[in-house]
Design a protein around this ligand. Structure first.
Ligand SMILES: NC(=O)c1ccc[n+]([C@@H]2O[C@H](COP(=O)([O-])OP(=O)(O)OC[C@H]3O[C@@H](n4cnc5c(N)ncnc54)[C@H](OP(=O)(O)O)[C@@H]3O)[C@@H](O)[C@H]2O)c1
Length: 227
């Protein structure tokens, strides 16, 4: 039986491509995002299940996990993919709301979902949690302080999760994609990774042989030199 997958940030970019590639491989998938129209078109195109949720609200975070679990029967693979960097702001100009938004979506929501998943998967002694971090967590750049703080935090959380999950036979992976030409930025960035390619690398982690756990995977477009 194919493993079931719950993906956040499924409406656009890397997440949308993940849904397309995983459903094409036969995985039953439940996707979430906020944009109802984009989600409905994805469901029509791929046959995936899905429902909208706003991940800034911790109650919606837990309830969308429960909904995915109910519709899929159980969750074998969680992909914490949703994320944003809505501002490139010098530190003296950062507003409180900017920190709070990025904390809620880039760090609190995936930590809560990882908790829910590890409860379920740990009890079953099988499963896989894939956390989409960023190469930003391996470097430093001016005006990226909020996004970096959240992604460095997410990296630290995931490194601990990898060790705890191992104890209950659950795989966990931290993925570090480089710049990707998705809806993440308003401008087009064709020199960066395509969302298809970025998603393909994550599919490799999920479809690795049973006796392999990929703990971290870093990849970049050739133009990127932030290492
Ligand atoms: N693009 C890059 O250069 C890059 C590089 C490294 C890492 N990453 C990481 O890769 C992941 C995917 O990014 P992407 O490039 O695919 O970005 P994207 O095209 O902007 O897609 C982001 C996804 O996150 C969802 N999302 C944002 N805020 C949300 C909220 N409050 N509640 C629920 N869902 C929300 C969006 O859904 P709606 O629009 O429907 O709300 C959308 O599906 C992110 O974690 C990002 O940090 C991206």
């Amino acid at each position: 039986m194919e493993r079931t997958v719950f993906i956040t940030g499924a409406t656009r970019g890397i997440g949308r491509e993940l849904v397309k590639q995983l459903t094409a491989l036969g995985f039953p998938v439940f996707g979430t995002g906020r944009d109802q129209d984009l989600l409905e078109s994805l469901k029509d195109e791929t046959g995936c299940l899905g429902a909208t949720a706003d991940l800034t609200d911790p109650k919606q975070v837990v309830s969308i996990y429960q909904k995915a679990q109910a519709e899929l029967g159980h969750i074998d693979i969680l992909i914490n993919n949703a994320g944003l960097n809505h501002c490139k702001t010098p530190v003296p100009e950062i507003e409180l709301e900017d920190w709070e938004l990025q904390y809620a979506v880039n760090l609190r929501a995936p930590m809560l979902l990882s908790r829910e998943a590890l409860k379920e998967m740990g009890a079953r002694k099988s499963g896989h949690i894939v956390n989409v971090v960023s190469t930003i967590a391996k470097t430093a750049q001016p005006n990226y302080s909020i996004y970096s703080a959240m992604k460095y935090g997410f990296m630290g959380f995931t490194k601990c999760l990898i060790k705890e999950a191992r104890e209950v036979n659950v795989k966990a992976t931290a993925v570090y994609p480089g710049g990707t030409d998705s809806d993440f930025r308003p401008e087009s960035r064709p020199e960066y990774l395509s969302p298809e390619s970025a998603a393909k690398m994550i599919v490799h982690c999920i479809t690795a042989p049973d006796d392999v756990v990929v703990h971290d995977l870093t990849y970049r477009p050739m133009v990127e030199s932030n290492f």
